[in-house]
Design a protein around this ligand. Structure first.
Ligand SMILES: Cc1cc2nc3c(=O)[nH]c(=O)nc-3n(C[C@H](O)[C@H](O)[C@H](O)COP(=O)(O)OP(=O)(O)OC[C@H]3O[C@@H](n4cnc5c(N)ncnc54)[C@H](O)[C@@H]3O)c2cc1C
Length: 384
């Protein structure tokens, strides 16, 4: 086992951090406060080949793996610009299209996703299904050569910025289990029959969330991604990249907040010494730093397992859990270290608290990770 980073990886991290640092919190925070997309940074990352770093070279990607995409996620966040759509468009949609897409689908979507011209967001969550994917009720029915989609999704991020939605819908029933068979579809966002309504959230995020209504939306058979009825297995395959990149964003957020807080606590003085000399301030920051480094190790392990075609579910879940908790701890400690300034718009901490809080719920909640570990790692009876 060699824990030294290769010079290629160091260069990758340095370059992404240098590009993002030109934008930094001064760019991200006002956009998060206003709910405005971070188009300029996305375009710059695309121009430099970082959005599709994990995608195959023949489709405009960088030919690297998820480990490298996770580094892009971590370094952009560490430079003050956590990008939620990296988890969605670059990780989950990019990986699923490249693994399950037809030649035509790959040529249509991947090069422009890699260059930053196009985004494909991901729609699975439904009001009545929540964490229970077996209860999805959005249906795709065959009608001649077409599919007709009806149903509702909510909390779908970035629909206003996207050219298509990778949609998970029920396309049949497994007679043996009675459960729905799922399929995946690439749905252009301008398809008639799709109504997208903003769903306001009070967390400060540049990415907007949407409720989607599908009303007899008609798709050609060529919109099906992968095998009809095999969507459940395909979605599970795509969830690990989303969890690993989610973990990487959390590690980056924690690094950003801890650096800012350490700087503040080293200079702010109210009793004659810097407040960072008081253990009540220093220890929570140190604890969050330890948790962040531990989470970073598990994130690297999960990405390595995924890239080497090893089972990565357990490590991806653990990395996502640990990193989201670490980012939460870092946000809490950073706010406290700043005192009243921790809540001030000028110091820009609350948007990072918001996204770190979100990442304890999405893309998979901490409770569902604990359920997974209890059942699969410890062999405990399933509780639900
Ligand atoms: C800002 C934002 C952006 C999002 N972006 C997207 C997106 O782009 N695409 C998309 O498809 N979805 C998206 N989501 C949805 C997100 O993935 C879900 O909110 C998340 O998976 C949890 O599902 P839920 O909200 O339905 O919670 P529920 O399933 O209703 O759960 C509520 C609470 O109960 C807990 N719980 C549920 N079941 C169990 C159990 N068996 N044991 C113990 N505890 C349990 C959960 O952990 C949670 O704390 C987004 C959400 C937000 C807030």
């Amino acid at each position: 086992m060699d824990f030294r980073e290769t010079s290629e990886h160091r260069d990758l991290r340095d370059t992404v951090r240098a590009i993002t640092a030109k934008f930094g919190p001064e760019y991200y925070v006002p956009r998060a406060e206003a709910g405005e997309p971070t188009h300029e940074l996305w375009a710059e990352l695309g121009r430099n080949g970082f959005l599709g770093i994990n995608l195959p070279e023949e489709y405009g990607g960088g030919g690297a793996g998820l480990a490298e995409l996770a580094m892009v996620c971590e370094e952009t966040a560490a430079a003050g610009c956590p990008l939620l759509l990296l988890l969605v468009s670059a990780a989950i949609s990019g990986e699923m299209i490249s693994d399950f897409g037809t030649e035509e689908q790959k040529r249509q979507w991947l090069p422009r996703m890699a260059s930053g011209e196009s985004k494909v967001v991901f729609g699975i969550t439904e009001p009545d299904a929540g964490s229970n994917t077996h209860r999805l009720s959005t249906v795709a029915e065959r009608d001649g050569g077409d599919f007709v989609i009806n149903g509702t999704k909510h909390y779908i991020s970035g629909v206003d910025e996207a050219e298509a939605i990778l949609l998970v819908a029920r396309s049949g029933r497994d007679e043996a289990t009675g459960r729905g068979r799922l399929s995946l579809f690439l749905v252009p966002t301008d398809t008639p029959g799709l109504v997208a309504t903003p769903l306001p959230v009070s967390a400060k995020l540049p990415e907007k969330q949407f409720v989607l209504h599908f009303d007899a939306l008609r798709l050609p058979a060529s919109a099906l991604l992968g095998e009809e009825g095999n969507g459940f297995a395909q979605v599970f395959h795509g969830l690990n990249p989303e969890r690993i990149t989610g973990a990487a964003v959390c590690v980056g957020i924690a690094r950003h907040l801890l650096a800012q807080a350490a700087d503040y606590a080293s200079t702010r003085s109210v009793w004659g010494t810097p407040i960072g000399a008081h253990q009540g301030i220093a220890h929570p920051l140190a604890k969050a730093r330890i948790e962040t480094d531990l989470a970073a190790l598990m994130t690297a392990k999960a990405a390595w397992l995924h890239d080497n075609d090893q089972p990565a579910g357990e490590a991806s879940n653990m990395a996502k859990y640990a990193a989201a908790e670490a980012a939460g701890a870092a946000a809490e400690a950073a706010i406290q270290a700043h005192g009243g300034n921790g809540l001030a718009t000028e110091y820009g901490i609350l948007p990072y608290w918001g996204i770190s809080r979100l990442l304890r719920i999405a893309p998979v909640s901490r409770e569902m990770v604990l359920n997974f570990v209890a059942q699969h790692s410890l062999g405990l009876p399933r509780s639900y």
